[in-house]
Design a protein around this ligand. Structure first.
Ligand SMILES: Cc1ncc(COP(=O)(O)O)c(C=O)c1O
Length: 411
């Protein structure tokens, strides 16, 4: 058959997450139990008040303005100001069908090169390929909490002649679970080289310690803030996210608006009306409980896996940790994950999918394999949850962790 796919698109593989789901389905079909620690999505239900708003607005049938519903943009700008001290106006907000789509459009219109820390979320690099923007990786380490230092960024910049650079920072981080603490030094490099920063803050409401900062607090004119409903509100399937774009980057905003109008037109109207409630009503009780459950389960995973066989950093937000197997002779993280899945039924995502060298035997573990609705209705506020409660409401996490522990002891 004649070639009908563009070269740069034919190089893309199907998403790592989808591939692991497929493998899990095959194992389940054989009647075996699978511990789904590969796929990462919130296990919690959407707050009832937000669902009620969606029901109330199901009759909204008109296309909305392509940048988003005015009232939602105003609400979002106010929410960003109150919660994170960002100074965006409603005109700086662009509502999209999930931040993933907005990031793709950004790669399509941006003409320059991309700096990605290793590890990075699985979709950044493929999206750069689609946008034909060259990717430069910076290897991070647990010593620096899995974020690049200012010096590492500056050294990388010296090797890139192109002056248009887009730097991705994602905190709390998928896959490391770490929170960035060196924004101040990074922001100095950002200003010195006039970089554009995409600050992916999709997990920001799920930070375990109070007082989260963003790089946008340090270099607001250079930073696009990207966040949405998918993680904190348990609404990944609703597909609503937004960019907050500073005035200085208006040319980018204008191009993104055109790409939005030529692709998704505008986000589903009922979802946008319901999102007003998500960003204006007080959901602090829900957020507190959800964060408390995640932080306690994260600590459980850390306490029970840390050993002389496995290296793991304590999670600080979101719902992931990375686990590194020490002293074994697998040839790649992907072979390691296949062995684990075959022998124990536990599915993890290999570190190579996040930009690590395939020989580094590290993998992402998502600790969301539990019924969030039942857990949420049986917990109060920010109390420490003992192991008994975690065993009762997150039995798959507990059993899966034990299976990983035993597997790691065989090396
Ligand atoms: C780090 C990170 N950024 C962005 C996204 C995309 O989120 P959205 O549902 O807003 O497209 C995800 C979802 O998995 C993610 O983990």
């Amino acid at each position: 058959m004649q070639k009908i796919i563009k070269d740069h698109i034919s190089k893309l593989k199907s998403s790592a997450t989808l591939a692991i789901n497929e493998e899990c389905r095959l194992i389940q079909k054989k009647g075996k139990k699978v511990f789904k620690f590969g796929f990462g999505q919130s296990p919690f239900p959407i707050p009832k008040a937000v669902v009620d708003e969606l029901k109330k607005n199901a009759n909204k049938n008109q296309y909305l303005p392509m940048q988003g519903l005015e009232e939602l943009k105003k609400t979002v700008a106010l929410y960003l100001h109150k919660n994170f001290n960002y100074k965006f106006k409603s005109t700086n907000i662009l509502i999209g069908p999930g931040t993933k789509e907005l990031m793709l459009l950004l790669q399509i219109c941006f003409d320059g090169e991309i700096i990605l820390p290793t590890p990075s979320w699985v979709s950044y690099a493929p999206q750069a390929v689609i946008g034909k923007n060259k990717v430069h990786w910076i290897q991070t380490s647990s010593k620096n909490n899995w974020f690049p230092t200012a010096e590492e960024i500056e050294n990388k910049l010296k090797s890139i002649p192109n002056k248009n650079i887009l730097l991705y920072i994602n905190s709390p981080n998928n896959p490391s679970g770490a929170v960035c603490k060196n924004y101040e030094e990074i922001s100095k490099v950002v200003k010195k080289y006039n970089l554009i920063v995409l600050s992916d803050e999709i997990y920001s409401e799920l930070t375990f310690q109070k007082g989260l900062k963003s790089i946008s607090n340090f270099c607001p004119d250079n930073t696009i803030v990207s966040t949405g409903l998918s993680k904190w509100c348990g609404a990944g399937g609703w597909r609503l996210g937004f960019f907050a774009i500073p005035e200085k980057l208006n040319v980018l905003k204008n191009s993104l608006k055109i790409l939005a109008s030529e692709s998704f037109s505008s986000v589903s109207a009922p979802i946008q009306f319901a999102a007003i409630s998500a960003y204006s009503d007080n959901h602090s009780d829900y957020k507190k409980k959800v964060t408390n459950i995640l932080s306690n389960i994260g600590n459980y995973v850390y306490d029970n896996l840390r050993s002389n066989k496995l290296s793991i950093s304590k999670p600080e937000g979101g719902f992931y940790v990375m686990v590194e197997l020490l002293n074994s002779n697998f040839s790649s993280s992907s072979d390691m994950c296949k062995d684990l899945l075959k022998k124990t039924g536990v599915a993890l995502l290999p570190g190579s999918d996040f930009g690590f060298d395939k020989k580094k035997l590290i993998a992402r573990l998502s600790y969301t394999d539990f019924n969030g609705k039942i857990f949420l209705s049986n917990t109060t506020g920010s109390k420490k949850l003992d192991d008994g409660i975690i065993k009762k409401y997150a039995p798959n996490v507990v059993e899966g962790i034990e299976r990983i522990r035993q597997w790691s002891n065989s090396f």
